[in-house]
Design a protein around this ligand. Structure first.
Ligand code: 173
Length: 497
């Protein structure tokens, strides 16, 4: 491979001739500018220079190899011409490092909310905005939590609960508990090891991870980090180019992935306004090249910028095609109504996820937990119950084992947690994820004892009162005097610096 001097690269710094450096390799991306899913503006910002830092968290390592013709790979940067740039650490980064150093010790993290509180403080503002944001007025993201609080327990007593067992089987795979790690994109925005934090922790503790299509790590990196036989699922955004999708799906199956979760609630990405505002702030502060292009709106935020490959024409007619290209279990992720649940069942899928995409898609969509009631009732009319060949998963707002137990009592097969585990690795890496598993195990043990369920199979609809679930109103009068004196529970404390 030829060596390219830095000075030569810097001559190609415009829309007419645009070279960039990524991981010490030089690429001519002039003709790719208009094809870049994130728009040309972001590439032009680094025209003639090193784009590695911006590239790294958003692209899997093989993205250039897969998308840029080999003749556009100019060569390797000549190391003798590279002037070591002492990167100025921004004030924000300095503050962030200080906050990181004063994180609460991990054994003081005692619930999944604690991780969120730490992540909010230690993440770069852009990453926090991307992960935490939800669509429009963010009603649904909050409803996801509130829904669990409208379901009340009806515990049974005197059942000899000296031994309780929360282990479970999900789509034929053994799992430590009835929870899987749901897919969340762009893990390296939050931690240098990205999704591998989840893979490694999951392998060690028998938890199943769903690999995101838009992971920061490549699909193969994630599979390679898994232990032999470690069960994994994969999430799929369907590409406009079905050949790309077919290759991805068949590769996943060949590498041993057990189930394909096709995302069906995102033909277009929701407007996540926290994320959008952050993008606008960032651009105003740092844009060097004004290319005059309006191919990607400046206020679209991270996710919208990289989602243009998703096919909005996906329809029920495509399901037989998926069945024809893979033998993996096919699960539709993002089902909300009994009508669609029955269509999924009748089209030969092996399950559905009752999900509103963590409140990031249609705002004021109901919670998966609420939808569970009608969907279970509809599916009961269609076949055996529980149906060993059709699983109903729920995700959204799950932070406690008690949430999981409520969903299972109401008929869910298992529950997905996305942000809860994401925030665990953003704040403490793999150790954080392992701690989150330990917290859940302790919560399962206590809650199952108190509920009188010795195993997951003993969870029954009679153990919960979901009569208020569809009410959507807080009917309890506010007790102002009491509330004013009530001391709020707090999250883990930062150490004094
Ligand atoms: O919720 C998301 O942010 C998401 O699913 C997504 C979709 C496309 C690109 C990046 C993220």
């Amino acid at each position: 491979m030829s060596l390219v001097p830095t000075a030569t690269v810097s001559e190609h710094n415009s829309r007419d001739s645009c070279w960039i450096i990524v991981h010490s390799k030089v690429y001519d991306v002039t003709e790719f500018l208009d094809e870049h899913p994130g728009g040309s503006r972001i590439i032009l910002k680094y025209a003639g220079g090193d784009a590695t830092e911006a590239y790294e968290p958003i692209h899997p390592p093989n993205a250039i190899l897969d998308n840029l013709p080999i003749e556009k790979h100019i060569g390797a940067i000549d190391p003798n011409t590279v002037v070591a740039v002492v990167k100025e650490v921004t004030e924000e980064e300095k503050q962030r490092q200080a906050v990181l150093a004063s994180r609460p010790p991990i054994d003081e993290i005692i619930n999944l909310h604690d991780f969120e509180a730490v992540a909010k403080k230690v993440l770069p503002a852009k990453a926090w905005a991307y992960y935490s944001s939800a669509s429009d007025d963010e009603i649904t993201i909050r409803e996801n939590r509130a829904a669990f609080q409208r379901v009340w327990f009806r515990p049974r007593i005197l059942r000899d609960v000296s031994v309780v067992d929360w282990s479970h089987t999900i789509l034929g795979c053994k799992s430590s508990f009835p929870v899987y790690i749901s897919a969340t994109a762009l893990g390296k925005l939050g931690h240098p090891d990205g999704e591998l934090n989840l893979t490694r922790a999951a392998g060690k503790h028998n938890v199943i991870q769903m690999i995101p299509t838009l992971a920061s790590c490549s699909f193969d990196e994630i599979i390679d980090a898994a232990l032999p036989g470690q069960p994994l699922f994969v999430q799929l955004y369907v590409n406009r180019d079905r050949e790309i999708t077919k290759k991805y799906v068949q590769h996943a199956e060949k590498r041993g992935v057990k189930a394909l979760f096709i995302t069906v609630d995102a033909p277009q990405l929701g407007r996540r306004e926290k994320d959008m505002r952050m993008k606008a702030v960032d651009d105003n502060g740092t844009a060097k090249v004004q290319d005059g292009q309006s191919d990607v709106r400046r206020d679209q935020g991270v996710s919208r910028a990289i989602s243009s490959f998703i096919d909005p024409s996906l329809s029920w007619k495509d399901i037989p095609w998926f069945r024809s290209i893979t033998n993996m279990h096919i699960i539709l992720k993002g089902v909300s109504t009994p009508e669609d649940a029955i269509l999924a069942y009748e089209s030969g899928c092996q399950g559905i996820v009752l999900s509103n995409h963590g409140g990031r898609q249609l705002d004021t969509a109901r919670s998966g937990l609420e939808n569970l009631i009608d969907i279970v009732a509809a599916l009961k009319t269609k076949g055996p119950w529980p149906n060993p060949n059709f699983s109903i998963f729920v995700d959204g707002g799950v932070r406690r084992a008690s949430d999981v137990l409520k969903a299972l009592a109401l008929g869910a097969s298992a529950v997905g947690i996305g942000r809860g585990f994401l925030y665990a690795f953003c704040s403490y890496g793999q150790e954080g994820v392992e701690r989150s598993f330990q917290i859940l195990r302790e919560e399962f043990e206590m809650n199952m004892r108190l509920l009188g369920a010795r195993s997951i199979s003993e969870l029954k609809p009679e153990m919960v009162d979901a009569s208020a679930l569809s009410a959507h109103v807080g009917v309890t009068p506010t007790d102002n005097l009491y509330n004013n004196t009530y001391q709020h529970l707090s999250t883990a404390a930062f150490r004094e610096s």
